[in-house]
Design a protein around this ligand. Structure first.
Ligand code: ATP
Ligand code: LTN
Length: 328
């Protein structure tokens, strides 16, 4: 199978994007799949306008991708901006996409609301999904592993592929989202009605590269639900269910087994076991992070080789696209 996915270099990796998406990327590379994983730095430009910050974030994201176990020998790793076909095809897709479809995207509406409070809404926020469709369709993947929040963008991508195929002739395969139910939406530790996200503030998320004491402290202060029973019931016990989902994500134990293990225990016991499990799971990742930071030239080379492979792949597709749409 062919797999493609992307992550924005907008700051720290956290348990939300790690358990919701990144950890699943690993599973694919260890089987007989062709995987393409990209740091979508051009997407980050819709919210980050400081060159030093962006450069630093891209650098840290590259190191982080290798640290969690992505292997450049098995997966093609690259930064989106290094493969120019993404913007080229992205533009072509904007000319096929009704404005109304972009305006009704949930992520656009949320980000536009935030942007209004700051520098205003840039057009890139609106056309974000057409660039994302290009990221995906250039590689004709079978599956795109993402968190639940990206489902709507994947639907739009499928519509764009169908529209292109109908208008110009069959080129693109229709990709399927791959969303893992229990970790599809890891929620904030302070507000389990919202997804865990960097933008909510530091107490809401656990960063993969945070130190142990800070992780333990955040878990200790995480909100809980009424009553005492440790049960997975997202509707009635959203906070405890979220802690169980994280616990299951970092231990690979089914939630049912964890419920049995924790029968009769208190919320404090759950938090303490969870903190141990999170720290144990991410310790080797943090160790790798230190090693790759010290050997950044290896990381850079891995991403250069990946970009080269991605360029070769996309050139063939762009030639076909250009021919079909009448550009040559
Ligand atoms: P943030 O909200 O922290 O800025 P993001 O969702 O905008 O992050 P990325 O970090 O680029 O963007 O997301 C990378 C992948 O991780 C996407 O597939 C996304 O769906 C998934 N993801 C992000 N946050 C969560 C979460 N809380 N739960 C599950 N999956 C998530
Ligand atoms: N929109 C995604 C990031 C993203 C992506 C992609 C994910 C950009 N291009 C292609 C999967 C495939 C986000 O906000 N997390």
């Amino acid at each position: 199978m062919r797999i493609l996915s992307g992550i924005q270099p907008t700051g720290q990796f956290h348990l939300g994007n790690y358990l919701g998406a990144l950890k699943h990327w690993l599973k694919f590379q260890d089987r007989d799949n062709e995987c393409f994983y990209t740091i979508v730095d051009l997407h980050a430009l819709t919210t980050v306008h400081d060159a030093r910050t962006l450069r630093q974030n891209i650098r840290e994201s590259k190191i982080a991708m290798l640290s969690i176990g992505l292997n450049p020998e098995k997966s093609t790793l690259f930064a989106q901006s290094q493969v120019h076909a993404h913007t080229q095809l992205g533009w072509i897709f904007t000319t096929l996409t009704p404005l109304g479809e972009l305006e009704r995207m949930t992520q656009y509406k949320e980000k536009a609301k935030q942007a209004l409070k700051n520098n205003g809404v840039n057009a890139g926020l609106l056309t974000y999904p057409t660039l994302m469709a290009a990221d995906i369709l250039l590689y004709n993947p079978d599956y795109v592993p993402v968190g639940e929040d990206q489902k709507q963008h994947l639907e739009l991508t499928r519509n764009i592929a169908e529209k292109f195929n109908k208008t110009y002739g069959q080129i693109f395969k229709i990709p399927n989202p791959m969303i893992y139910k229990e970790t599809a939406r890891i929620m904030s530790l302070q507000d389990p009605a919202k997804k865990m996200s960097k933008s909510l503030g530091p107490q809401h998320y656990i960063g993969l590269f945070e130190d142990e004491s800070s992780i333990r402290d955040k878990i200790k202060k995480a909100v809980t639900d009424s009553e005492k029973e440790i049960k997975y019931d997202p509707k009635n016990k959203p906070a405890i269910s979220n802690l169980l989902a994280i616990y299951s994500g970092v231990t690979d134990k089914p939630i049912k087994d964890l419920e049995k293990e924790l029968e009769g225990k208190s919320y404090a016991d759950l938090k303490s076991s969870l903190a141990d499990a999170v720290v144990a799971h991410i310790a080797p990742i943090q160790q790798k992070y230190a090693e790759f930071t010290a050997n950044f030239s290896f990381v850079e080379r891995a991403f250069e080789t990946g970009a080269e492979k991605a360029r070769t792949e996309t050139e063939k597709v762009m030639e076909l696209v250009s021919q079909k749409i009448g550009l040559e």
